[in-house]
Design a protein around this ligand. Structure first.
Ligand SMILES: Cc1cc2nc3c(=O)[nH]c(=O)nc-3n(C[C@H](O)[C@H](O)[C@H](O)COP(=O)(O)O)c2cc1C
Length: 506
């Protein structure tokens, strides 16, 4: 595969060529320092190899490893091979051209072209502030010349590994989400043409403002991945993950470990945004170490390097999910940011009250991104739009689950395998939904995300069942929607394994 644009930009920035390995050597040392300082174990939990040179193809942890067990990856990989994408590709604007000599077989690209086969992507709804300019790939686009998306006031569903799958995002779109984003995909896996990774980039036709999130440790892999995505997919923006806290990613020098390497952040953002016309956005935490926030000192540069927007999750990597997100710090960063850089805040938004508070406390913020709030109550988007607390009934909640299952069967297939895949992802989602406490039962409104209320009886049997934290009860709910499971069936949510969301719980 030739990455004409990426390589010419990398070269012009001095990031490709003889000096490269020296830079990487320094970077590797930086990674080691970070790992030593933070993890008692230097190797990652999944035996994915030690932190190394991503260009050499070592940052190739599989989706399964990231997700914590081998269920998802295997399933997402296998569930769609029958999807012949040529028609879908043409119908949805994906090029479907042969990628000659790419190392990615043509059939893989065809099969895994990440677009759901529904007609008419409403790309015209995209709010384009400025028109694009033609570039021959050797010229870096000035941030002012890039297509921009206006995120102001838009309800943004956060990228969510495993649970933020396409059927879930469809549910959120129906309930009012404006912007959606695919699950984090690893650059090296994409460059290797791994089907399960490309599946993470699929877009549903209802996702009218849609981005994908990629994660890599080095400018060459990230930039080439962006060029490939630009060619093969129809996306509105590409988000670079610089906040992922999980060991398997951090130990490779990607995700939040980049927060300790501003020069590497610079080269990744600069090269990627110079390569594609699509807006490049970045998702960060406040810093790597607790008490050592970094983003305020980088915010002006992040804009200069070419990012169109930055989402700040108001916690450090070390902090994971402990304590509340530091919104005062997010506001401070938003006030410092240049006009060309939109700042989105993220952390603990769980009601329209939270949303309103952040907007009024800091008008400089473009918007807020919502993650667990959407998982626990996806109607949060409706609540924000309609400015009310929705005392939703158990029947209405069941209808939302029905919609999800319908989309799941459409997406993963309605054969035995598709049903079980749908059930698996439904159960993952149900491991969040039980945390919702109905408005009508609350003494204090609204519920807060960090509350762990005692168990309670609902107003009807279904509401009580939906409040259960037992996996056996989640299986019962799944049986109401997808039929009986075999006697031997068990389910352990990813919280208990090495998943992204273990970061929330441990
Ligand atoms: C299950 C789960 C999966 C996540 N996956 C991703 C991901 O793929 N990419 C990412 O940037 N952040 C991911 N996050 C972090 C969220 O996007 C968000 O930054 C964080 O949960 C804080 O927002 P909240 O308080 O609204 O949940 C994930 C979080 C959870 C709980």
């Amino acid at each position: 595969m030739k990455f004409l644009k990426a390589d010419s930009v990398l070269k012009s920035l001095g990031l490709l060529g003889p000096g490269k390995s020296k830079v990487k050597k320094v970077d590797e040392e930086e990674v080691e320092k970070v790992v030593d300082a933070n993890d008692s174990h230097g190797t990652n939990e999944n035996g994915c190899g030690d932190g190394g040179n991503e260009s050499a193809g070592k940052l190739d942890c599989t989706a399964e490893e990231l997700a914590g067990d081998d269920v998802d990856g295997a399933l997402t990989d296998e569930v769609r091979p029958q999807k012949k994408a040529k028609a879908a590709v043409e119908g949805n604007g994906c090029s479907g051209e042969e990628v000659n000599g790419s190392g990615i077989p043509e059939k893989d690209i065809e099969i895994n072209c990440p677009l759901e086969t529904e007609p008419e992507l409403a790309t015209d709804k995209l709010e384009v502030i400025a028109d694009s300019v033609e570039t021959d790939g050797s010229l870096k686009l000035h941030p002012r010349e890039k297509k921009l998306i206006d995120f102001r006031g838009k309800l943004f569903l956060a990228p969510l590994t495993t649970v933020g799958n396409l059927p879930f995002r469809r549910v959120c779109k129906t309930l009012g989400a404006d912007v959606t984003c695919g699950e984090m995909a690893m650059c090296t896996n994409l460059l290797q043409g791994q089907a399960s990774e490309w599946a993470l980039l699929r877009r549903h036709s209802s996702e009218d403002l849609f981005g994908v999130q990629i994660c890599g440790a080095y400018p060459d892999t990230v930039t080439r991945t962006a060029e490939l995505i630009d060619q093969e997919c129809t996306v509105d923006f590409i988000d670079i993950n610089m906040g992922c806290p999980i060991d398997i990613v951090v130990n490779k020098g990607a995700g939040s470990s980049l927060l300790t390497k501003p020069m590497r952040m610079k080269s990744i953002i600069e090269a990627t945004s110079g390569t594609v016309e699509k807006p490049i956005t970045v998702k960060v935490r406040t810093g790597y170490f607790e008490g050592k926030n970094r983003i305020d000192s980088l915010i002006v540069d992040i804009g200069k390097w070419g990012a169109s927007a930055v989402t700040i999750h108001g916690r450090s990597r070390q902090q994971r999910y402990s304590k509340l997100a530091d919104w005062d710090y997010i506001y401070q960063c938003a006030r410092k940011s240049p006009d060309s850089l939109q700042v989105l805040g993220n952390g603990d938004v769980f009601s329209f009250v939270d949303w309103n508070k952040h907007k009024s406390d800091c008008p400089e913020l473009s918007s807020c991104m919502i993650a667990r709030g959407a998982l626990i109550k996806p109607w949060i988007f409706t609540e924000i739009k309609e400015q009310r607390h929705w005392d939703i009934s158990s029947g209405e909640r069941l209808n939302i689950l029905k919609d999800y299952v319908r989309s799941g069967l459409e997406h993963w297939g309605s054969d035995t395998k598709g049903v079980e895949t749908t059930r698996h992802f439904l159960l993952e989602w149900l491991s969040y939904t039980y945390r919702y406490v109905p408005v009508g039962l609350l003494d204090v409104i609204p519920q807060r995300l960090n509350w762990r209320p005692p168990s309670y009886y609902g107003r009807d049997d279904l509401e009580t069942l939906m409040a259960s934290d037992s996996a056996a009860d989640w299986i019962r709910i799944s049986e109401m929607l997808l039929g009986k499971v075999p006697d031997s069936f068990t389910f352990a949510p990813k919280h208990k394994s090495n998943a992204y969301d273990r970061a929330e719980n441990g």
